[in-house]
Design a protein around this ligand. Structure first.
Ligand SMILES: Nc1nc2c(ncn2[C@@H]2O[C@H](COP(=O)(O)OP(=O)(O)OP(=O)(O)O)[C@@H](O)[C@H]2O)c(=O)[nH]1
Length: 386
């Protein structure tokens, strides 16, 4: 072997070394290889570069004591399309609430329905927070129908139960939200409810839905008890490019911030102004005073078209008490029932509508940005019986 190596001329070694060094240099200078077709861009071609002039970041427009900040994030969130959102949320509603419907179907499908079974049916209804009156009414109606029509055919039993539940949920109620401009003024919505029920989250989610429908939206942070509450609302607004009017002063007068929001909304010719209020109220008199004052002051600029009461579906009887107190303080025009994903007690829809005489207009089905759905009586009952 040594002899063979000795016979190779030195210039061959030099040649090999030169070739190896040339290859190494080529690879290092060229850098890493791009994948075929290049890299995906997360920015659309017409999106402004982050931080570029005109990207919407930064503050502008002062209004009275409040400040409207249109801090559009460099790349805005695109809300989920209505179709896919509804399909996903229907599945979630059925998942958390069909325990109740299936239980009823199983009881009604028994060969022989005696008084014990009727008692069990009533108990199931009460457990789902339907309320005493509605539960008794449903049992009475079903008793009459079972006697007349029998329970032999499971499909017929299901259809019968669907019809009776639907009557209670009342598909004839007007569940549309006042979110359309009237002449020269935007629609004005006050969002009320005790703390922690999901007011700010609901305002944020609703802003996304409205933006997806091409509406111009303005948010008003009238929860001035905590600076963090205004920050939270503004974060929701920033994500979809909606301005928020807020006060930089903690504890500022909520009515004044609400007025500024509506005034700024009028000047900017938006379609709808949504005002998030505080729920941290010590007593009923304080609540009446504060909400009454906000409404009165706002109405110096524009009529309040919608008072949306937010109720946490998991709080049962507590939610009912809140509904009563708020309806005495303001004229509630619609209900947003949140956290329906966390409870099988969907019957509260019926109880609360009966208590207030106002329709459930929105339901919250999760913490995600697109987890808000318009309430639809038929879809709701179908989800219970799925
Ligand atoms: N699972 C679930 N959680 C929700 C829903 N809606 C709101 N939440 C959560 O409830 C919590 C309270 O929501 P907020 O929007 O801060 O409630 P708020 O009423 O504005 O509370 P305050 O600002 O304290 O008055 C948050 O963690 C939300 O993510 C819902 O539909 N489902």
């Amino acid at each position: 072997m040594d002899q063979i190596l000795a016979q190779i001329p030195v210039f061959v070694y030099v040649l090999i070394a030169v070739v190896v060094l040339a290859l190494l240099g080529f690879v290092l200078l060229r850098g890493p290889k791009a994948p075929p077709g290049g890299y995906d861009s997360t920015r659309d071609a017409d999106d402004p570069a982050p931080g570029a002039a005109g990207d919407g970041s930064g503050e502008h427009a002062r209004a009275g004591g409040g400040t409207a900040t249109e801090t559009k994030a460099p790349s805005l969130d695109t809300p989920e399309s209505a179709g896919s959102r509804m399909a996903r949320l229907r599945g979630r509603l059925a998942k958390s609430n069909n325990v109740f419907g299936r239980g009823l179907l199983a009881l009604l499908s028994r060969d022989h329905i005696d008084q014990d079974v009727w008692d069990e049916i009533e108990e199931t209804l009460l457990m789902a927070d339907l309320g005493t009156d509605a539960s008794m009414e449903l049992v009475e109606n079903l008793q009459v129908r079972v006697k007349a029509e029998g329970t032999q055919d499971p499909n017929h039993v299901k259809a019968m139960l669907r019809e009776e539940l639907l009557k209670l949920v009342d598909p004839s109620m007007d569940r549309s939200l006042a979110v359309t401009r009237k002449g020269d003024t935007p629609a004005v919505m006050l969002v009320v409810g005790v703390n922690g029920v999901g007011k700010t989250t609901t305002v944020g989610k609703l802003a996304r839905v409205l933006v997806a429908e091409d509406k111009d939206v303005m948010l008003g942070a009238a929860d001035t008890f905590r600076a963090a509450a205004a920050d939270q609302l503004q974060t929701w607004g920033n994500r979809v490019g909606v301005p928020t009017v807020r006060s930089e002063v903690e504890g500022a007068d909520p009515a004044s911030v609400a007025f500024d929001a509506v005034k700024t909304g009028i000047d900017s010719e938006v379609d709808v102004v949504m005002i998030d209020t505080a729920g941290r109220l010590q007593n009923k008199a304080g609540l009446m005073d504060q909400l009454g004052k906000i409404k009165r002051v706002v109405e110096k600029a524009a009529e309040v078209d919608e008072v949306l009461l937010v109720i946490d579906a998991t709080t049962g009887q507590n939610g009912m008490t809140q509904a009563r107190v708020f309806s005495e303080a303001v004229n509630v025009t619609g209900i947003a029932l949140t956290k329906l994903d966390g409870t099988a007690k969907g019957g509260i829809v019926v109880a609360i509508q009966r208590e207030l005489g106002a329709p459930v207009k929105l339901i919250g089905l999760g913490e995600g940005a697109d987890d808000l759905a318009p309430f639809d009586a038929e879809q709701f009952v179908d989800a219970l019986l799925e």
